[in-house]
Write a protein that binds this ligand. Structure first.
Ligand code: PMP
Length: 408
């Protein structure tokens, strides 16, 4: 263990002990976990909330008058209200629980997209989207006869409002864009994109998977028609996601799944009456996941989301600066990354080899195309090494990353 690995500063010093997995040893080294854009680690507070739920309140929801059933139902209803408050949505019925950001985008594409997009129309996405905010739209276009168009990124791999303006036509019906790029942490001007789109009567879906853990998100301020994310990238559990949608849009959205819980009654041939949000949540819900996402939101809000964002961004800025100063390294994106993510390559080395080298120091990074192959292609590379930061990462870990890259 190096001296750098034993000292922690700033927010990391205060919160590190909250994360059981980070105080274990990995092959004799403390983990330096810099793969937060893929999945964040879970604080004890969230683990305890889920454990306590299973120990004290576990049952199914909305089905029984017994005490545990009522407790589980109460947790379930309160979770929706907590998520509403987290996003500053107007009403709890605008919050739908899914299993992931991916499922959320698919629900919008299949349930809403098919209602508003038809043959000859256009769906516009950006050139830096994650596959989860690309493939569902591609399929929508294939099924409806619409055309998929792409707003191009500039020479830094960044998006501007103008790049969308240039691609909007009178046939554009829907825009899907990431709030924050999962490859290089660029924060996209989603508020401006939404305002421009609404001026043309275009619906906007914002993929907030890389945003919610790093900044306050106010869906009414952004004014997006839909906004989605996953709990496992914001210190919560896997298998839990959220889709926010304006109430009037959910009224016309078709469900992906049909089954128990979505409608008060069902028959063999009568009309199926179901209302949002339960219309989109057929089957027994992931109640422990909802308890977990609420605990994660409380955890983040106790730390202060904007404070967390500043911390993560400061680490990314120092990492970019330190790596650039080494020479022989390309750090992608503008000079100052604004989210807590950077992507880089060591000249002449395969990113996977760099990742393996870093792993030998206990440093976890992501290597490859980051589920954003068209964007990686547009940068003219086969992949990159991505370091992404969270609340428990420290400047000492960033220095260790830089020092370890140097030895590559
Ligand atoms: N969008 C972005 C920008 C992402 O980074 C990710 C996850 N890497 C997703 C969507 C998909 O998230 P999930 O796998 O949790 O559905």
């Amino acid at each position: 263990m190096t001296p750098e690995q034993t000292t922690l500063s700033g927010l990391a010093r205060d919160v590190r002990a909250d994360f059981p997995i980070l105080v274990t040893d990995l092959d004799g080294k403390p983990p330096v976990y810099l793969d937060n854009a893929a999945t964040t680690q879970i604080p004890r507070h969230v683990l305890d909330a889920m454990y306590n739920y299973y120990c004290n309140d576990n049952s199914n929801v909305g089905r029984g008058v017994h005490t545990l059933g009522m407790r589980a139902t109460d947790r379930f209803m309160r979770s929706r209200e907590r998520v509403r408050a987290f996003l500053n949505a107007a009403e709890a019925r605008e919050i739908v629980f899914t299993k992931s950001a991916t499922e959320s985008v698919n629900l919008v594409a299949q349930g809403f997209g098919t209602q508003v997009v038809s043959d000859g129309d256009e769906v516009l996405i950006s050139g830096l989207e994650h596959h989860s905010n690309l493939l569902p739209w591609r399929r929508l276009c294939e099924r409806t006869g619409a055309t998929l168009k792409v707003a191009t990124v500039d020479e830094h791999g960044e998006l501007s409002l103008d790049s969308f303006r240039a691609k909007i036509t009178e046939r554009t019906r829907l825009i899907a864009v990431a709030h924050v790029s999962n490859v290089q942490g660029t924060v996209n001007p989603v508020r401006e994109i939404v305002a421009e789109a609404h001026g043309h009567g275009i619906f906007v879906v914002v993929d907030g998977a890389q945003a919610v853990a790093h900044r306050s998100v106010d869906v009414r301020d952004i004014d997006a028609d839909f906004y989605c994310f996953s709990a496992h990238k914001m210190y919560g559990p896997h298998g839990t996601g959220v889709l926010y949608g304006k109430a009037e849009h959910f009224e016309r959205t078709e469900p992906l799944l049909l089954g128990g819980g979505m409608a008060p009654i069902a028959s063999y041939d009568g009309p199926l009456v179901s209302v949002p949000p339960l219309r989109f949540e057929a089957g027994s819900p992931n109640i422990a996941g909802m308890v977990g996402i609420v605990a994660a939101m409380d955890y983040l809000d106790d730390l202060g989301r904007d404070e967390v964002g500043k911390h993560d961004a400061a680490l990314a800025v120092r990492a970019a600066e330190g790596l650039r100063a080494l020479g022989g390294i390309t750090v992608y994106g503008a000079q100052v990354p604004r989210g807590g993510i950077i992507s880089f390559n060591v000249d002449g080395m395969n990113p996977h080899d760099v990742g393996s080298h870093l792993n030998s120091f206990g440093i976890a990074t992501r290597t490859g195309v980051h589920c954003a192959s068209p964007f990686i292609d547009s940068l003219g590379i086969i992949g990159s090494v991505r370091a992404s930061f969270g609340v428990y990462n420290s400047m000492e870990e960033v220095e260790l990353l830089i020092a370890s890259v140097k030895t590559a």
